[in-house]
Design a protein around this ligand. Sequence first.
Ligand code: DX5
Ligand code: ZN
Length: 212
Amino acid sequence: MVEITPSILVKTKEEFLNKILAVENISERVHLDIADGIFVSNMTISGFEEVESIETNLKIDVHLMVSKPENHIIRWLETPVDSITFHIEATQKAQEIIEKAKEADRKIGIALNPETPISALANFIDQIDFVHFMTVEPGFYGGQFIESVLDKVSDFYYFYPDKPIIVDGGINPERASKAVQAGANTLVVGSYIWNSGDVGKAVEKLNRSIES
Ligand code: DX5
Ligand code: ZN
């Protein structure tokens, strides 16, 4: 089954709470984007305090669009997030990050920017829980969808059919079905859902597009 995960990319705690409330009865999990103004030019909430203070049944997957994620991982492992994704372009210490997450019994994934080849994962593929493909340049809602990344997803799926694949960025119903055909198991969706005016209907539409 393919899962649609709404994304939360916000600058204030208030926006965070509003978006959590908006999806709480619609989804089982959310994707929380964290941007540090260094790895990407945007800056979001830092996230720790927001995640720790909220009471919700939602599972939270955190997507770290931050430079040197090795400096953030320990703090994130103190929070109740379900999984952590870091960018391979942002660190020389991927092995250390993976080990720390595993010691804390947490799911860990690696994200690849649109231009980063699959070969960047070579040493880590057997150790991570999923691979996260960016189909936009990271940092913002509403980035331009880069369709050629889906060829990279297909190639990866061909070689590693059992490794869960997340596709993140620019997803709408039409692109959702293409991403699933390429091999995606999870689709992260931001602006399509939030600009729809009806979050529940938007998720329904996405689900319908990937069933057909
Ligand atoms: C992009 C973030 C995405 C973003 C998706 O930098 O990593 O998770 O929230 O938003 P849309 O669907 O608008 O591209
Ligand atoms: Zn994201």
